[in-house]
Ligand binder design. Structure first.
Ligand code: F6P
Length: 320
């Protein structure tokens, strides 16, 4: 192993830069050359790469987004695209790649590994929806952003004695909704993983709480459920409480990474290069019970992540 490539792919997540930095510094410390690959797998197909030295990654640990840029690349999902990427790796002398991103990124890493380019996946997505790992880089920062935004909504909601219905991201997963919902003391949290009867679990709950003196309400809705405008209108019609819907959107993906994300990214980026430098590929780095471990990519992609049903029940019980 003489030269490694580093790429970020899929939705950006705060802490990706810290992972790139750790991978670059670990590699240069071992005397390896590093090539930065721009825009994920697209850069591999288009040969859009540049050499990175240890000083080039100074001053990025605190930056959100990804300085390598990112993209979703449909061409890479075709055999032709993959073959082009493999041929380019050979031509550019890329012996292995650190692939930072989510499930889609890992599928690309698996496909390249199967075609002779060893890859290591590093989990980075605000959704925390990767089954093999307890934690994905970016989750904590996104949660803190959700919390801060909803705290602001709470101020206006409280002043007008309204109900705020807030949609948070997460793609198909409810982790962002559950954790941010707990952090803001939401009246109800609606996620796809848990059955929710709008009449019982939202409307009647708000009515009951109103009777006991509560004057403003927050309902957190996972984007997989959506329809926050309709829900706000229903709440207003059935409870008589003025309601407003807010979609937090891409603001959740930005911002300076928290300590949690910088540390996780640093550990994971380091671990990825440790594996590659030993000639090990086709693995995904993960955090399990506060330990950094790794799994075969194929196995990692087969795993199912259980939802935190107990935590959901607790949230429901304490927000009365
Ligand atoms: O996977 C991260 C994520 O932000 C999801 O929460 C969301 O569903 C999706 O990406 C949005 O993707 P895009 O940036 O392409 O709109």
């Amino acid at each position: 192993m003489k030269t490694i490539g580093v790429l970020t792919s899929g939705g950006d997540a705060p802490g990706m830069n810290a992972a790139v930095r750790a991978a670059v510094r670990t590699a240069t410390g071992k005397g390896l050359n590093v090539l930065g690959i721009r825009r994920g797998y697209m850069g591999l197909i288009e040969k859009d790469v540049f050499p990175i030295d240890l000083r080039d990654v100074s001053d990025i640990i605190h930056r959100g987004g990804t300085y390598l840029y990112t993209a979703r690349c449909p061409e890479f999902r075709t055999e032709e695209g993959l073959q082009k990427a493999v041929a380019n790796c050979k031509e550019l002398g890329i012996d292995g790649i650190v692939c930072i991103g989510g499930d889609g990124t890992f599928r690309g890493a698996r496909d390249l590994s199967e075609r002779g380019i060893p890859c290591i996946g590093v989990p980075a997505t605000i959704d925390n929806d990767i089954a093999c790992t307890d934690y994905t880089i970016g989750f904590d920062t996104a949660l803190n952003t959700c919390m801060e935004m909803v705290d602001r909504l709470r101020d206006t909601s409280q002043s007008h004695e309204r109900c705020s219905v807030v949609e948070v991201m997460g793609r198909g997963a409810g982790y962002l909704a559950l954790h941010s919902g707990i952090a803001v003391g939401a009246t109800s949290i609606i996620v796809e993983e848990e059955k929710c009867d709008i009449k019982n679990d939202v409307i009647d709950r708000i009515k009951l709480m109103k009777e006991s003196g509560k004057q403003h309400f927050i309902v957190i809705v996972s984007e997989a459920i959506g329809n926050v405008d309709r829900l706000a209108a229903q709440i207003e019609a059935e409870t008589g409480i003025e309601s407003r819907a807010t979609i937090l959107g891409h603001v959740q993906r930005g911002g300076t990474p928290t300590v949690r994300d910088r540390v996780a990214a640093s550990e994971m980026g380091y671990h990825a290069v440790e594996l590659l430098s030993k000639g090990i590929g086709n693995r995904v780095v993960a955090e399990r019970k506060n330990e950094i471990v790794d799994f075969d990519i194929f196995e990692a992609l087969q795993m199912k992540k259980p939802f935190q049903n107990e935590l959901y029940k607790i949230a429901h019980k304490i927000s009365t």
